[in-house]
Design a protein around this ligand. Structure first.
Ligand code: MG
Length: 404
């Protein structure tokens, strides 16, 4: 065995929130982890892979991985360095180079993997790193002592941050993964970690163990998905849901009678009005129509089956939260919402002033970009019960891209 890859996917992704750890979330029809593994599959150097997964998720369908190369799945530890150490335990003794990579960096290229491996084979240890284009400041929570205005500042000064000094950026690089090591170097790094030395990457441990670490030109596209905004951006980058998998369209409709004294909530937005919808939940006809459109697109029944009105759990439920659950369920099954369009039919008040807030609330609940959601208002021209202001109705269509 010449080169072995360790993909560190052991994290629970607490910072991202959501139903699944970030590395198992859908990214344009494939999980973040699968995209990362695909890059290693295309590497000309790496011959086998060890993927370290969180214990709670290793048997989940979202943790299914396909690879053209021999692939072993290993249960990770509490922290990243322990996860990598457990992966390292499975590296064959005859491996020459081991390359470690974060599963949460799905845009790594085979070329970047290969040049990091080549540099490590030559120099013992090598990491992908980015030079810094911005001016680099060191930050501090304290006002410098020389600043005489310090005493006049309000009590909450500790929450503010200040520039301590400007650093010469020429000598600064940002460490990414892949990070590659000759087997003996990574073994020494792992040993140091097991002795209690803490580090956020394996290169730090190798440095502390006394090995020189070579820098390889990283790739600005090799971004790490940490926050929900990162995942949104990554999804925008992969975009093109239309080309990612089979497209499915769903339609949804809902109507609720309006009565005095009930709050009017539509698309998750509270609208000041003297009447509101009757319903087992909050009667948010917009969210209900969207839920039916999404369930329809994936042929998964309807809102009545998903959240039965005989179930006390859903009495007075916030429908935006129900929508969030459906979105998470679709995402876990590998579906991606391409777009949603809604028509709200309400005699009064006018929907237009609230449409932007509704779009934002719906997009946030589904963890998609705002441009993928449209909300339009219509009156019913005084015709029939809706036209008489006795009811609100909503039509929705949803386009969903299936897993490839
Ligand atoms: Mg309803």
């Amino acid at each position: 065995m010449d080169v072995v890859g360790i993909v560190a996917a052991g994290g629970q992704g607490a910072r991202l929130g959501g139903p699944l750890p970030k590395q198992l979330r859908d990214l344009g029809g494939r999980s973040v982890l699968q995209r990362t593994v695909d890059a290693f599959d295309r590497s000309g150097r790496v011959q086998a892979l060890i993927v370290v997964l969180p214990a709670d998720w290793i048997d989940h369908p979202a943790a299914t991985i396909e690879s053209a190369k021999p692939l072993e799945r290993v249960v990770g530890g509490e922290r990243r360095q322990e996860s990598v150490a457990r992966g390292f335990d499975r590296v064959p003794l005859d491996a020459e180079v081991v390359v470690v990579h974060d599963a949460a960096r799905p845009f790594v290229t085979p070329a970047l993997i290969d040049r990091t491996v080549d540099a490590a084979r030559e120099s013992g240890a090598a990491i992908a790193a980015l030079s810094v284009q911005e001016t680099v400041k060191e930050a501090t929570d304290r006002v410098l002592e020389a600043d005489e205005s310090a005493e006049e500042l309000p009590h909450d000064v500790g929450a503010r941050r200040w520039v301590k000094r400007t650093l010469p950026r020429g000598s600064i690089v940002l460490a990414q993964t892949p990070q590659a090591f000759r087997r003996a170097v990574l073994e020494a790094a792992v040993r140091l970690g097991r002795q209690g030395v803490e580090a956020t990457d394996e290169a730090t441990l190798a440095e502390l163990a006394g090995y020189p670490v070579r820098l390889v030109e990283g790739d600005p596209r090799n971004l790490k998905i940490t926050t929900p905004a990162d995942l949104d951006y990554a999804r925008w980058l992969v975009g093109r849901p239309a080309s990612e998998g089979p497209l499915r369209v769903g339609v949804g409709y809902d109507v609720h009678r309006l009565v005095p004294g009930r709050p009017l909530v539509l698309g998750g937005v509270a609208i000041p009005f003297d009447r509101g919808p009757v319903g087992h939940s909050d009667g948010d006809a917009v969210c209900h129509a969207i839920i039916d459109a999404l369930l329809g697109a994936v042929a998964a029944g309807d809102i009545g089956a998903a959240f039965p009105d005989t179930d006390e759990r859903w009495r007075g439920a916030i429908s935006l939260e129900l929508l969030r659950r459906i979105g998470a369920e679709l995402s876990a099954r590998g579906f991606q919402v391409a777009n949603i369009d809604v028509v709200v039919i309400l005699e009064q008040p006018r929907i237009a002033p609230y449409a932007a807030a509704m779009r934002h609330a719906i997009a946030s609940a589904l963890a998609i970009e705002g441009v993928r959601v449209s909300v339009k208002g219509k009156t019913h021209e005084g015709l029939g019960p809706i036209g008489q202001g006795e009811a609100v109705a909503a039509h929705a269509v949803a386009l969903v891209a299936g897993p490839v």
